[in-house]
Design a protein around this ligand. Structure first.
Ligand code: BG6
Length: 485
């Protein structure tokens, strides 16, 4: 008989479930990747029925999913969708959940509990799952996926880890970072370690600096209640940007196994130079877009940064002295995520170039989104000149090779991995704490408006001018390696 798997989504009435989780689960189902019998049980406060959940789920797919829906498959899928109305802090609701699951499963079953709720409920939910006996593994494995943000600083992340590790083993916990589920983010390790041509030059001898940009055009999108309490460093740097930095800078893992990969990520985070509060201004610029304080739900005197640029150094043999510049912001000129690796100048130029000649160094750009691919910029001779050079691009675009719809939503891969028990693309407790340890001085310093006034930038721009100065001081400028430049 096929094994039964139950996926319980806490907070199913929220945006994330409707936009991402249910569409991802359905697409896995219609691609025949959800094996065996399965149930999807939504748990939230509203008094919905199964039918209402199914209707809202379908609306979400029609509105947000980029794939074709096979209606026959949908009818099969929706019959497995169930709803339970309950409270995250109420033990009785969890007893009700346990009973409902047992009735649905009718025998042994594996269970994934997905916490898509506001973070202040994470501990309560896990404690209540424990108390109602739902973490015990006599009748199948039990796993818990936890959405971000995982804590708000080092202390709260430590406490959260401490509290949930009283109920769960580390290998039952899947802390999610949807950036790790993106194809192009997974491709960073393939580009580095499935090729021989890049790795020999991937170090301080050939690379002058590395730039990571995750820019968004959108602003708050009705999330002021959440965003105004966190800001860009907690929302984007602690997870997505520091993960990108780790992938681009870590040593080759011993194997593809989860803990071998996570060990290397942790090792490189340990090597990131710690910046004291006294030095924070030298290494960072935090900003807020003009008009942010007037947005609905934002505090009138809000000191929440919507933009940050931070310079990091990694103190190890590979990277000593190479600056890593990371930036991210809302309401910027374009939506683009890219990593630009700038190489050093050739040691000697023997060409008869005019003195004023400004030489462009090579760049390798990993284009994460929206036009996924890799670009390599190098110099070529301009025809019919003695030795004039021009920068040209070698470009690889996913869409040219794999077609327009080849890239699945990040959540598909992550949900599947959680079901398969592969935690490589999830965050281990030590990584999560190290990331806070690195960022806490920045967060603390910039939270004091009297000492650190935020730099104001215009919506639709590339962020505050001061962030250009951060690089200009070292002789660099922000580069755009992807798209049409
Ligand atoms: C989320 C942040 O983690 O990532 C959002 O909370 C942000 O504020 C989003 O908009 C960006 O994700 P993506 O996949 O659109 O780059």
């Amino acid at each position: 008989m096929d094994t039964t798997t139950t996926i319980v989504i806490f907070g199913i009435s929220g945006d994330l479930a409707q936009r991402k989780l249910i569409p991802a689960l359905f697409n896995l189902f219609q691609k025949d990747r959800l094996k065996g019998n399965f149930n999807i049980v939504g748990f939230a406060g509203r008094s919905w029925t199964d039918l209402e959940l199914r209707k809202i789920a379908r609306e979400g797919i029609d509105k947000f999913a980029g794939f074709q829906v096979n209606n026959e498959k949908w009818r099969e899928f929706e019959n497995q969708l169930h709803y339970i109305s309950g409270k995250f802090q109420d033990e009785n609701s969890f007893v009700h959940l346990a009973n409902t699951l047992e009735n649905l499963e009718n025998g042994s079953a594996n269970r994934v509990f997905y916490l898509a709720t506001p973070p202040n409920f994470f501990t309560d939910i896990i404690v209540n799952l424990g108390k109602s006996g739902q973490i015990e593994e006599e009748n199948g494995w039990r796993r818990v996926v936890i959405e971000k943000p995982f804590g708000t600083d080092l202390e709260s992340a430590k406490k959260l880890n401490h509290d949930i590790l009283k109920v769960l083993r580390e290998d039952q916990i899947y802390r999610i970072d949807h950036y790790l589920g993106k194809e192009t983010v997974q491709n960073i390790l393939i580009a580095r370690f499935a090729n021989t041509i890049f790795e020999p030059v991937w170090n301080r001898n050939y690379i002058s600096n590395v730039q990571i940009t995750v820019a968004e055009k959108v602003g708050l999108e009705h999330r002021a209640g959440y965003y105004d309490t966190v800001g860009v460093v907690r929302d984007m740097f602690q997870n997505h940007l520091l993960q990108l930095l780790s992938l681009v800078s870590m040593e080759p893992p011993a194997s593809h196994k989860a803990n071998d990969q996570r060990d290397e990520k942790v090792k490189v985070l340990k090597a990131i130079r710690r910046i004291s509060q006294a030095e924070v201004h030298k290494h960072s610029v935090l900003g807020q877009y003009r008009g942010y304080k007037e947005e609905d739900g934002v505090a009138l005197n809000s000191q929440t940064p919507t933009y940050a640029a931070i310079q990091f150094f990694i103190d190890n043999w590979r990277w000593e002295g190479v600056p890593f510049y990371l930036r991210s912001g809302k309401k910027m000129a374009e939506k683009i995520s890219e990593i630009v690796i700038q190489f050093k100048r050739p040691p000697h130029l023997m060409f008869p170039l005019p003195e004023s000649y400004s030489f462009t160094t090579n760049t390798l750009s990993l284009c994460l989104q929206p036009d996924e691919g890799i670009h390599l910029k190098f110099e070529t001779k301009v025809p019919d000149t003695i030795a004039e050079t021009k920068s040209v691009d070698l470009e690889y675009h996913y869409k040219d090779v794999f077609g327009n719809n080849a890239i699945p939503e990040a959540y598909e891969r992550l949900l599947l991995d959680a079901l398969l028990g592969d935690a490589a693309l999830f965050t281990r407790s030590d990584r999560s704490e190290l990331a806070w340890e690195i960022l806490d001085p920045f967060i603390n310093t910039w939270e004091d408006a009297t000492k650190s006034p935020l730099a104001i930038y215009d919506p639709g721009s590339w962020g505050p001018k001061q962030s250009d100065d951060l690089l200009a001081r070292d002789g660099y400028q922000w580069m755009r390696g992807c798209g049409n430049h």
